[in-house]
Design a protein around this ligand. Structure first.
Ligand code: ATP
Ligand code: MG
Length: 552
């Protein structure tokens, strides 16, 4: 377990920014952005980038924009945009401005015309196959396209007509004219515009040409006067292109691109494409399935925004790829829930207990604390009556050694209530245990019994006072640590990632528990009210188990 941090830990990006501020590099400004493509829901990997970009802005009295990088209309949608806004806000950040790359389509077009006029871009009629072939390889320089020396006039005319819709999809592309022999493949005349007749969720059918990512991204950053453009390592090789584009045109500032290692988390997947596949092929019940590493899934599982921020701070920021253990995320989740969630009692798999020496119609309201370490969270009353329910697994007819729960002839304490002894086991015709006949010691409420030690404590609810609930026990979605590295990641899916218990009973205080409220079910784990919950049928999701101990 890492030590609690009061100060944000140093990392190389914080160093760069501190140095830039000291040198007054960007007029003392810090402006970052989080630039998702709205082609899926955000996942825990994005959370790392969100915490980094928004966090750096906050720490330095700077600004952070949320920018939709929406240049691929065929895969993008309003639903995804809305989910991204919701998730960023939920994680706890407020953007300075909400922008879209599509806000800049007109300017991007003008800059492209400008490049053509400078002789730095040309319209190419080569097919994608030819472009690939002419580009060469890492060991072989590229060769120029026959269209590379087309005149500026002709390029301007063709590009205008590309925009006007005079050509078929794919008939021409606009390419930057850089260096076909560059050792960096990204510099071998990259395509910057393509013809694509697709409806765009924001610009409708206004455009039939769309700018490419590398061209769009740097200009969008510059137009927003971003100072530090933070991205993941795979863009390191694209940085020369980022800088080249901005060096050719008149823009308000030249942001500096800084790359960091993306989050790779064991036992899950952080690729929108594969997460999309899990959803569309119905391996999970939607993007917000509690097993998904999406922000929406984590939220539905009961994870708090604070736990996500804590996790992102703990894993740090480096330039080296590495895998983070799932336990690191689970520990952040547990620590936060342990501190903040109220304790309640719920019996997931009930077994009936009849207290034979308890008066038939008596009900006592026993006062129990809501949090063992935080008395300020108060107490509540829970009803104790003649017929109770305990967990099936808390009784064993033939107990293993050192068993500290209930067994025939022995005593156990009911949490917050009395010590009971099991006198008799009732079974059905098949030999299944259906009821325990017990007796209670009335002199054990809030105090130890005289002259004997009772070690075990188990949880319980009153049969008539408790409420029915469905409890969904979620587990890791994959049963092997690196599903991404398997030939087919679906082979690593955990077949037991969801177990539904429909006979559970929870204490009556949960009657009006709102959706997303979080609890520790004593001895059973952390649970959260699901959106499927209704007053007649409460539904709880298991967020995470407690540590591996029987006794709490
Ligand atoms: P995916 O492969 O899941 O689609 P992406 O990088 O294509 O991821 P974007 O929507 O382009 O997704 O990402 C928005 C921002 O989030 C980018 O700056 C990207 O670098 C960052 N990001 C995405 N995945 C991770 C990750 N696993 N760790 C850290 N940052 C990430
Ligand atoms: Mg992407």
């Amino acid at each position: 377990m890492s030590t609690p941090e009061t100060q944000p830990a140093a990392n190389f990006i914080r160093h760069i920014i501190a140095k830039d501020l000291a040198e007054n590099k960007h007029q003392g400004r810090v402006a970052t952005r989080f630039p998702p493509e709205p082609n899926g829901y955000l996942h825990i990997g994005h959370a790392k980038s969100i915490c980094l970009n928004f966090g750096l802005a906050l720490e330095n009295q700077g600004t952070c924009n949320l920018r939709f990088d929406d240049t691929n209309p065929e895969k993008e949608s309003i639903e995804y945009m809305e989910s991204i806004e919701r998730d960023v806000s939920w994680i706890g950040f407020t953007w300075h401005e909400l922008r879209h790359a599509s806000d800049y389509f007109e300017q991007l077009y003008d800059f492209a015309v400008d490049l053509i006029k400078q002789g730095k871009a040309y319209v190419d009629s080569s097919t994608p196959e030819q472009i690939r072939e002419y580009r060469g390889t890492l060991t072989k320089p590229g060769i120029p396209s026959p269209d590379r020396e087309r005149s500026i006039e002709e390029n301007l005319d063709l590009f205008t007509r590309m925009r006007n819709g005079d050509f078929a999809d794919g008939q021409y592309v606009l390419r930057a004219k850089i260096d076909m022999a560059s050792s960096n493949m990204n510099m071998r005349d990259p395509t910057i515009y393509r013809i694509r007749r697709v409806h765009h969720h924001r610009t409708g059918d206004k455009w039939c040409i769309y700018p490419m990512y590398d061209y769009t991204h740097c200009i969008s950053d510059a137009l927003e006067a971003i100072t530090h453009s933070i991205c993941t390592l795979e863009f390191e090789d694209h940085r020369p292109l980022y800088d080249w584009v901005l060096d050719q045109i008149e823009v308000p500032c030249h942001p500096q691109q800084i790359e960091f290692a993306r989050l790779q988390l064991e036992y899950t997947i952080v690729s929108k494409r594969k997460l999309n596949q899990l959803v569309t092929e119905k391996h999970v019940h939607g993007w917000d399935d509690p097993r998904m590493p999406t922000i929406a899934g984590l939220r539905r599982a009961g994870v708090t925004p604070a736990a996500i921020r804590d996790f992102c701070e703990r894993i740090g920021v480096t330039k080296k790829d590495s895998w983070i253990e799932m336990a690191v995320l689970e520990n952040s989740i547990r620590e936060d829930l342990n501190e903040h969630s109220a304790r309640v009692m719920a019996v997931l798999d009930p077994l009936r207990v009849v207290i034979e020496n308890y008066p038939d119609d008596q009900v006592e309201q026993l006062e129990v604390g809501n949090h063992p370490q935080r008395p300020e969270l108060g107490t509540r009353k829970i009803p104790f009556s003649k017929v109770l329910l305990i967990e099936q697994e808390d009784f064993a007819e033939t107990p293993p050694p050192k068993y500290k729960r209930l067994t025939t002839g022995e005593e156990v304490r009911l949490r917050g209530a009395y010590v009971i002894r099991c006198n008799e086991v009732i079974k059905d015709a098949d030999g299944k245990i259906i009821e325990l006949r017990c007796s209670y010691d009335p002199d054990t409420l809030g105090k130890n019994p005289e002259g004997r030690k009772v070690k075990g404590v188990i949880h319980w609810v009153s049969e008539t006072h408790s409420l029915p609930a469905e409890v969904r026990l979620y587990d890791r979605l994959f049963c092997r640590p690196n599903p991404d590295m398997e030939a087919n990641f679906l082979d690593a899916l955990n077949p037991n990632s969801l177990q539904i218990l429909s006979q559970s009973r929870v204490e009556a205080s949960l009657k009006d528990a709102p959706v997303e409220s979080r609890y520790q079910f004593e001895r059973m784990g952390y649970f959260c009210v699901d959106k499927d919950s209704s007053p007649d049928q409460l539904v709880f999701n298991r967020t995470v188990t407690l540590r591996d101990t029987w006794d709490s």
